[in-house]
Design a protein. Structure first.
Lengths: 134, 283
């Protein structure tokens, strides 16, 4: 029986996110998207149950993150990626492409998830969709 | 690996005629490994009698794996005879902390005003270490520890020797993590218990009691059964019995759990003081 599983911090973060009404995305230490909650699904254009976990290159390809001046961002350059790699909180506004075909500006607060002081197991990104310009 | 239960009660010692069948001592399980090494899981009040038994043998090294530092898992240390005899070496393993060493945290209990004598006065050599991230060898066994869902930093353990596996998760509320989807890898503690020959698991509450105690860190009997089924263990041992649970009430809870696991795995058992199982011959 293959019995590997994520660290408890990721498991509990995921459980916490299910209960949040604020859009929340969680990536693991490899940068793979391991969960987004229902509120995030509204912004991303599909539900987690429809999509499931996504490898890092796949979610970058699907959601096409970009800066406000339309420069493509790699997964590592997104707030969640920076939080993971640089082990610090990040706050930024970016553009993503929803799977419903809509482009959205979102403000993201991301922070690393430490299971021990020297061990990061992923990052959590909480975000808000900015109202469309009048 | 011979498994002996010295205490299976949860939260508070519960001696008396209503609990004499399964015992009132709090968590303590002794493992006698194939090479003679003694590995002790938790130091609840059950460890007092184990300590008296250990004095009958030559002094040596004892390994103690603490799941966490709630009182019902450390309260027996003050009366654990080898700690108070020179010539013994006690090697403790426990959950990591960002604020204090394991020795400092255990000393909070073993010091005034909670206890009259300080840990520093113990004649035995006591060594304290946070559990390693990866499995490590203790005697002839391989021990693995992972954090599990409970109030405060808490470990579960998996001990493997000669192809036999014991999983020990005495304080665990996996239900809180099981609601996202039905894949067991996202359920707290699953990897520790997966495929174990024997799983000691928190079964503190009835289903009705659990409703009012959600988030307190413990499981109902039916949640323990569901976890045992998800982990595909060979046999569940109900553990961490509520201090208010009489022997008769515990057997009623057992009947519910056994019904849930019927035809899926070996009949569960109620962990009781004095229970001894040789995992090497139990197959």
């Amino acid at each position: 029986m293959e019995r590997t599983q994520p660290d408890l911090v990721l498991i509990v973060a995921r459980s916490f996110a299910t209960k949040l009404a604020t859009p929340t995305v969680i990536i693991d230490a490899r940068g793979d998207l391991v969960y987004f909650n229902d509120a995030a699904g509204e912004v991303l254009g599909r539900s987690y149950l429809d999509i499931g976990e996504l490898g890092v290159s796949r979610w970058q390809e699907l959601f096409k993150p970009r800066t406000l001046d339309e420069k493509p961002m790699t997964a590592e350059q997104t707030p969640g990626g920076v939080a993971l790699i640089e082990r610090r909180p990040v706050h930024d506004t970016i553009v993503i492409g929803g799977l419903d075909g809509r482009e959205r500006e979102i403000t993201v607060t991301a922070f690393p998830l430490f299971s021990r002081p020297d061990h990061v197991v992923g990052s959590m990104s909480i975000f808000w969709e900015l109202p469309a310009a009048p | 690996m011979i498994v002996r239960v010295w205490g299976a009660r949860g939260s508070l010692s519960a001696p008396g005629p209503a609990t004499v069948g399964y015992g009132g001592n709090t968590s303590c399980v002794e493992l006698e490994l194939a090479d003679g090494t003694t590995l002790i899981l938790d130091a609840g009040s059950g460890i007092r009698e184990l300590g008296q038994r250990l004095l009958e043998r030559d002094r040596g090294v004892l390994h103690l794996c603490l799941t966490h530092l709630h009182l019902d898992h450390v309260e027996g240390l003050g009366f654990f005879a080898p700690l108070w005899r020179a010539g013994w070496k006690l090697r403790f393993w426990g959950p990591p902390s960002t604020t204090a060493t394991l020795r400092e945290r255990v000393s909070r209990y073993l010091s005034p005003p909670l206890f009259p004598i300080g840990l520093s006065e113990a004649p035995a050599e006591a060594v304290f270490e946070d559990v390693p991230r990866k499995p490590w060898r203790v005697g002839s066994a391989v021990v693995e520890a992972q954090m599990v869902e409970h109030r405060g930093p808490t470990l579960g353990y998996r001990i493997e020797e000669e192809g036999h596996v014991l999983a020990y998760l005495p304080d665990h509320e996996p239900y809180l993590t099981a609601a996202v989807d039905d894949r067991p890898r996202w359920v707290s503690g699953w990897a520790l218990a997966a495929g174990a020959d024997l799983l000691f698991h928190d079964s503190q509450y009835t289903a009705d009691e659990y409703v009012g105690r959600l988030g307190w860190g413990h499981s109902s009997g039916n949640h323990a059964a569901a976890f045992a089924r998800a982990a595909e263990v060979r046999r569940l041992a109900m553990f961490h019995h509520d201090p208010m649970r009489s022997d008769q009430a515990l057997e009623e809870l057992y009947d519910e759990v056994a019904d849930l696991l019927r035809d899926e795995q070996e009949a569960p058992l109620i962990a009781r003081e004095g229970l001894e199982i040789d995992l090497g011959t139990a197959s």
